[in-house]
Design a protein around this ligand. Structure first.
Ligand SMILES: [Zn+2]
Length: 75
């Protein structure tokens, strides 16, 4: 079942993505075509929190590789 997840900054709690998750298991990367809302700031290939500026992931083209310790996932 698809689920809508909120991906938040673990440091400051700012909302980073609203994401449509397909299937079970941990969210390791965000496919760009399943990101419903994107609040992050890009610096080259780096994906950063819009509030605290923390590095939350790396832009890999078709998807964003999340730094697991930098994000918090909620339903
Ligand atoms: Zn933050």
């Amino acid at each position: 079942m698809p689920r809508i997840l909120r991906v938040e900054c673990a440091e400051c709690g700012a909302l980073l993505f609203v994401y449509l998750k397909m299937g079970e298991g941990r969210l390791w990367h965000c496919w760009k075509n399943r990101i419903l809302r994107d609040y992050t700031v890009r610096e080259g290939g780096e994906v950063r929190c819009p509030r605290c500026g923390g590095l939350v992931g790396l832009d890999k083209g078709a998807f964003i590789n999340l730094k697991q310790r930098a994000v918090r996932i909620t339903r």
